[in-house]
Design a protein. Structure first.
Length: 288
């Protein structure tokens, strides 16, 4: 039906089709709308964005939308799950709900399932690592036809094992983190946020393109998420510009002091000698 629809609208927009074809298109569309459930019958779709990450001890809530034709009836809604990996993943039923009735038979005390007119909700309280799985909701209609939707659920993990490595040929530092959900990266140079004179951070935050040459000092990559943060530091050769500057300043002042001292000494000497000369003259005058 979708294809048919797009064909109809395509020819409308092109505007070169003949009038008769346009009319038959319209009539066919009208007929399709009048049919009990179009060409496709009941459908179900989990609304959560995949993969769903859940914090330990919190609640997992999955919501699914049920689409049905006017003459169709939901007969059974089933929620199941199976491990995401493994050789022969075993599917386990969490709840089975007869359509229209609010009562669902859950298999565990912390599992709650709700079926409403056009949606069904699964809630698992006190989520733990073993609840990470592929979840499936299946809707069976009154004729026994089944339709289902799946969703991957994983545990929200803290960040750890952060590392920083250097790409010498491209003057860049790459921050790698082996574990952690939804990581956010930030960079520091000598414990201060990166400025343009030091470098530029890539859009995803994982790479720092260093503009400062030569690369020196401590570069720290900090990775954080809702559960905390972890960081790693790359240590390059110490930055010498500052060190060299102070050394030069010290040497300069010492030289100036020395020069000043010598000058003062010379002046003092000259003054003393000229005084002595005058005294000599005085002495001579007295004796004459
Ligand atoms: C350095 O970075 C460039 C560009 O991102 C990449 O193609 C290259 O493989 C990297 N080299 C190393 C040794 O990682």
């Amino acid at each position: 039906m979708d294809k048919f629809l797009s064909l109809c609208s395509l020819s409308t927009s092109v505007g070169v089709m003949d009038r008769q074809y346009f009319l038959s298109c319209k009539v066919a569309l009208l007929l399709l709308h009048l049919m009990p459930c179009g060409l496709q019958c009941m459908s179900v779709h989990i609304l959560n964005e995949e993969p769903v990450h859940v914090m330990p001890d919190s609640s997992l809530v999955l919501k699914a939308r049920i689409e049905q034709g006017p003459l169709e009836e939901v007969s059974v809604v089933t929620w199941e799950r199976e491990p995401e990996t493994g050789l022969s993943p075993e599917r386990v039923t969490l709840a089975t709900c007869p359509g229209r009735s609010q009562k669902c038979a859950g298999t565990r005390p912390n599992v709650h399932v709700n079926v409403a007119q056009q949606e069904t909700t699964l809630q698992i309280n006190g989520y733990s690592g073993v609840d990470g799985a592929v979840y499936t909701v299946t809707v069976t209609d009154h004729k026994g036809a089944k339709t289902s939707s799946q969703c991957i659920v994983r545990t929200y993990e803290a960040v750890h094992h952060v590392s920083v490595s250097i790409n010498v040929s491209h003057s860049s530092l790459v921050c790698g983190e082996a574990w952690g959900t939804d990581p956010h990266f930030s960079w520091l140079h000598e414990r201060v946020a990166i400025t343009e004179t030091v470098g530029r951070v890539s859009k995803d935050g994982t790479t720092l393109f260093v503009t400062k040459t030569p690369i020196c000092g401590h570069f720290t990559c900090m990775v954080s998420n809702k559960l905390g943060h972890s960081s790693a530091t790359y240590t390059a050769a110490p930055c010498e510009t500052e060190g060299r500057g102070t050394t030069a300043a010290v040497v300069c002042s010492l030289l100036l002091l020395l020069f000043g001292g010598v000058l003062a000494y010379l002046l003092w000497r000259r003054h003393r000698y000229s005084n002595r000369g005058e005294r000599l003259h005085e002495h001579l005058d007295d004796t004459i």
